[in-house]
Design a protein around this ligand. Structure first.
Ligand code: MN
Length: 148
């Protein structure tokens, strides 16, 4: 009478697991954006390797071979388009998915980013509620991603 039933959950059932623990290279010149993106990704147990410029990003990409690259388009000096083209022209790095992030509101910007080699595109300002899920879509294996 009035007896409550408790369902014993496996401890892991209460946690949201990442699709995979990924090493993510973040090429972003804005410190606040780097902080926010790093915070959001680390909450989900991903490892973040930060790079504040395009050339440093290219250097670190070759060094750490990340699972994914988040690429700001508006970078001083070497912009994100040039970085994406350089990454995609390197046989070792071209397989790494690139998700471009930009606040440009220009028509055709998305196409330009994808033409430069990025697999995905996220508009700034970043939505903290959905950002990591959007990024994790690009961490799935091609088999998982396959749709009819
Ligand atoms: Mn920027």
């Amino acid at each position: 009478m009035g007896e409550r039933q408790y369902v014993q959950l496996h401890p892991s059932a209460k946690r949201i697991e990442p699709i995979m623990k990924a090493r993510i290279l973040l090429i972003e010149d804005n410190e606040q954006n780097r902080y926010l993106v790093t915070f959001l990704l680390e909450q989900r147990c991903h490892e973040v390797v930060p790079a504040a410029s395009g050339p440093l990003g290219l250097e670190l990409a070759a060094k750490v071979l990340p699972d994914l690259i988040i690429l700001d388009i508006q970078l001083p000096g070497m912009d994100g388009y040039a970085v994406a083209r350089a990454l995609k022209s390197d046989p070792r790095l071209r397989v790494i998915p690139i998700v471009a992030v930009t606040s440009y509101a220009m028509v055709g910007d998305r196409e330009k980013v994808l033409a430069a080699g990025a697999e995905g595109y996220i508009e700034k300002p970043i939505n903290p509620e959905t950002f990591v899920a959007e990024i994790e879509r690009f961490l799935r294996s091609p088999a998982e991603e396959a749709t009819p």
